[in-house]
Design a protein around this ligand. Structure first.
Ligand SMILES: Nc1ncnc2c1ncn2[C@@H]1O[C@H](COP(=O)(O)OP(=O)(O)OP(=O)(O)O)[C@@H](O)[C@H]1O
Length: 207
């Protein structure tokens, strides 16, 4: 049997946006259970690269592969969870209903999503409407959902940015647990939250 494709395969390339070179991207491969810290200065292209991996920027023509497939293809999307900094929540469902709906959509049990919500301090917010939540609380709901799905690849853009200290620690624990369970993750942060975890680093340099 041929070996399984890496969860993520990025050849070295120059990321071009609007026809202009933005960043040099070193090549990297990510296997199950590995965490990639995507870093670089403001404007280096981290969010743009995450959007490429999530399948939202096919226009940029990047030759990356997710689970052996083109990002955005069915094969890639069914194994990818993605949390942008402005993750949308279904505003007509409570937090608990939204997580239950998400789990059902992915044919997953809801228990891990609710356990993460609890770990991130959302227990008192389960009956709340997303429109009533603060930015950090909304982010915690999105993170609970994405990490609880147990996808092969989880993409997190600045997930620590809006969180308080206790929630940052809980998220760090959740990232470690996802990796230990065999998930691969790509995480952007300007902070030190991933220090001490076994991570690879991919640093974007201005082109
Ligand atoms: N569709 C687009 N058209 C023009 N420019 C774009 C487009 N998409 C992204 N850019 C530009 O690409 C650059 C990189 O932005 P990006 O948000 O990826 O950087 P970043 O590394 O995530 O930055 P930060 O650390 O500040 O979050 C920015 O200058 C942005 O304006």
């Amino acid at each position: 049997m041929p070996p399984a494709a890496p969860v993520l395969s990025v050849p070295p390339f120059t990321l071009e946006v609007a026809g202009r070179p933005l960043a040099r991207v070193p090549g990297v491969q990510l296997q199950p259970g590995e965490v990639l810290h995507l870093c670089g200065p403001n404007g280096a292209g981290k969010t743009t690269l995450l959007r490429v991996l999530a399948g939202e920027r096919p226009d940029l023509g990047c030759e990356v592969r997710v689970l052996g497939c083109a990002p955005g293809s069915r094969g890639a999307r069914k194994g990818t969870a993605w949390v942008p900094t402005d993750a949308a929540l279904p505003d007509d469902l409570t937090v608990a209903e939204g997580l239950t709906f998400l789990a059902a959509l992915w044919s997953r049990p809801v228990t891990p999503l609710l356990a993460l919500a609890d770990a991130l301090g959302l227990t008192g917010w389960l009956d709340a409407w997303p429109t009533k939540l603060s930015r950090g609380t909304r982010q915690k709901v999105a993170l609970s959902g994405a990490l609880g799905l147990g996808c092969a690849l989880t993409l997190l853009d600045e997930p620590f940015g809006t969180l308080d200290a206790a929630s940052r620690a809980a998220l760090r624990t959740a990232i470690r647990a996802r990796a230990q369970a065999g998930g691969a993750l790509v995480v952007t942060t300007h902070g030190e939250e991933l220090a001490g975890l076994p991570v690879q680093t991919l640093k974007l340099e201005p082109a």
